[in-house]
Write a protein that binds this ligand. Structure first.
Ligand SMILES: Nc1ncnc2c1ncn2[C@@H]1O[C@H](COP(=O)(O)OP(=O)(O)O)[C@@H](O)[C@H]1O
Ligand SMILES: [Mg+2]
Length: 229
C-alpha cells in the first residue's frame, strides 16, 4: 500500500534521506522511529506529497505519486487520512464542523455528512462533544478530533506524524490504541514517533531511521535507543 523505492531527498544541504526502501502492506500497522532529525517527517511529507524526493519513487496503492501533477494531488489526499502533532483544528469551528469540513468541501449531502461525522466521532469516543470548540477540549480529545477528521472519508491509509508529541503518557497510549483499533478495521496505519513508551507498549512493526537511512525494520519490535540513537 505504501512503498518507497531508492528514495533520496536533500533540501540543499546534508541529505535528509539516503536510499530509503520501504514497503508497508495493506492493513499493516507500523511505527517509524528515530531521533530528531533522522528524517521521519520527511518520509511523511513525501507520502502526502507535501514534498517530492530528489530521486526515487513513492507509491501509494500502486500509484507513483511523484509523477502526479498539482491538480491530481487533492485526489491523492482524499485517499489519505493525515494526523498532525499539533492537531491543526479550526479553532472557531465546533468539533462537528471540523470533522465535517472535508465532506462538505466534497459536496456530500447534508444528511450523509451528519451520518458520517457522527460515525467517526463514535469511533474516537467523542460523540458527546460534537458542539464543543477545540479550546474546550483536552489535548488528547483534540487529537481524537484530528483522528475523526482523518478517517471520516474512509481512507485506505492513515499517516500520523508524531501524533502524541504534545500529549502525556496516558493520553498518548489512548491515541495509539485508537489508531491500532482503526488499523484492525482494515486501514493501513503508519505512525512516526520518537516516543519509546508507546512503541514499546504495542509491539508492532518498527522501522528505524538513523541519519536518513533505514537502520532497522522488525516485527513486534521495541524502540531501542542504543541501536539507533
Ligand atoms: N524544509 C526543510 N528545509 C531544509 N532542511 C530540512 C527541511 N525539513 C527537514 N530538513 C532537514 O532534514 C533532516 C530530517 O528532518 P526531518 O525529516 O524533519 O526529521 P525528523 O522528523 O525525524 O525530526 C534534518 O536534518 C532537517 O534539518
Ligand atoms: Mg519530525
Amino acid at each position: 500500500m505504501i512503498r518507497l523505492q531508492n528514495v533520496y531527498k536533500d533540501y540543499g544541504g546534508r541529505p535528509a534521506l539516503v536510499n530509503v526502501n520501504l514497503h508497508i502492506g495493506v492493513g499493516e500497522f507500523a511505527f517509524l522511529v528515530g531521533p530528531s532529525g533522522a528524517g521521519k517527517s520527511t518520509v511523511m511529507r513525501l507520502l502526502y506529497r507535501e514534498e517530492k524526493p530528489t530521486s526515487g519513487q513513492v507509491f501509494i496503492g500502486g500509484i507513483d505519486i511523484t509523477r502526479l501533477d498539482r491538480a491530481q494531488v487533492p485526489l491523492l489526499r482524499r485517499r489519505l487520512g493525515i494526523v498532525f502533532q499539533d492537531y491543526k483544528l479550526l479553532p472557531k469551528q465546533t468539533v462537528f464542523d471540523n470533522v465535517a469540513y472535508i465532506l462538505r468541501a466534497l459536496g456530500v449531502e447534508r444528511m450523509e455528512v451528519s451520518r458520517r461525522v457522527r460515525s467517526a466521532l463514535t469511533v474516537v469516543n467523542l460523540e458527546d462533544k460534537e458542539d464543543a470548540y477545540p479550546d474546550e477540549l483536552s489535548g488528547g480529545e483534540q487529537q481524537r478530533v484530528g483522528i475523526a477528521r482523518a478517517i471520516v472519508n474512509g481512507p485506505p491509509v492513515l499517516l500520523a506524524d508524531e501524533p502524541t508529541g504534545n500529549l502525556d503518557p496516558v493520553a498518548s497510549l489512548e491515541i495509539v490504541q485508537l489508531l491500532e483499533r482503526i488499523s484492525q478495521r482494515g486501514t493501513t496505519v503508519f505512525i512516526s514517533t520518537h516516543d519509546q513508551f508507546i512503541v514499546n507498549s504495542l509491539r508492532k512493526r518498527v522501522v528505524s531511521l538513523k541519519a536518513g537511512q533505514v537502520a532497522g525494520d522488525v516485527d513486534s519490535g521495541v524502540y531501542e535507543m542504543e541501536t539507533i540513537g
